[in-house]
Design a protein around this ligand. Sequence first.
Ligand code: ZN
Length: 478
Amino acid sequence: MKKMSIDQKVLFIVLGIFGLVVLFLGYYFFLMPKFRTEGFVAKVEIPYESTYNVTAGTVCYGSFFHCEPLEATQKGEVDTSKVDNYTVTYVYEHDGKSLELLQEVSVVDKESPTISVNSEELYYCASGKVYNYEATAYDNYDGDVSSNIEVFLEGSKAIFQVEDSFGNQSRVQKDATLKDEEVPILTMNGEASVYIPLNGVYEEASVTASDNCDGDLTDKITVEGTVDTSKAGEYVITYRVSDSNQNEATLSRHVYVYQANNYADLSGKNIYLTFDDGPSKYTARLLDILKKYNVKATFFVTDQNLTKGYDDVLKRAYEEGHTIGLHSSTHSYGYIYSSVDNYFTDLYAIQTKVKNITGYAPMIIRFPGGSSNTVSRSYDGGARIMTQLSQAVQAKGFRYFDWNIDSKDSSSAKNSAQVASNVINQLGNKSTYVVLQHDIKDYSVEAVETIIQFGLSHGYSFQALKMDSPRVEHTVNN
Ligand code: ZN
């Protein structure tokens, strides 16, 4: 027998092994009973808030030629109301053997937010900024995402764009028109009216500017005007700013430099502040203001109930150099204007009271309602009592004063700004202004500082009435 060569032996062995492997594989794939899986997907994605359906494919147990389908037991839940990754296990059992299939389920949000633009007409600035819009955006997962809307211009289209937290984008475009007509807004820090004493220091409190198109324009503000604190007077500082479309805004601050009150010099313009009906709980505050500016005034006092307890204030007013005049003890029109005797009984009563407090018996008076009042007709029985009284008081050596500026603090003026402007607006170039106020009104007292500051920065002196002061008397009407 012919001997095989080495090469032939090797080939023989290799073919033998190959044959065995083929037999084994054939058995394994086609004949050996086992779990057989078909159509199983290990990773699935499902939309947020959808329903999770079993997608585990089919599994059977047996050979290639005969395989029995199996029912699965599912372990693990998928919560589609939460975007997350979940693992679901499918368990198949047969003859004591089991197969577990793991499926990774991702609940995802792929829905874009909805944008609604509720503006009829959209505008944009030269700078490209879109304005005058009202846009909202709602997302199925994030809810209201309006605050995330980005608005910008592409050509002449306004683009509204928003993205939800999973990167889903929406975009809406609308026609827009170039328009920039709004003037910038100037906002003043500090007061619009500033009062500083002569040789005091003026500190600029600054102004800020903002514009609907250009944003903060504070850097672009120009300031015109200067303040010379060495000269009494009114100075105007004007702030001016323009936006990029030449819309201009201006704002002014008034600075009043006031001088010391010169009550020794009567040659110029003089203001006589007079306060009727007090003293009251506000009179001490008034005295503080007058003292601060070295201003002397005149108090036409009464002895009504509201003055009770303020004798010391009356005394202080006298001692600080103010004139105490007589108004009325009772301030009762029905009593004082019903007869000449009643009037003088009342007048002497208040004179005595003032004398008891101050040691001084005033001869300066003011008729309740003024000498021109007509209310006295209701009580005098046709006796033309104001005609009688205006003569009788002078015959007895009294001097009465009316006023030529009514602050209207007992009629139309209801706050200190109104009282102050009523007085200031009536000041002119006359030598004598007698101002009527009432120190029983807090807002009238609070107006005094502004009136003084204005007067002292506009060349007026403040004086107290004296017996020889210029007569300011109304026409007697009754
Ligand atoms: Zn009065």
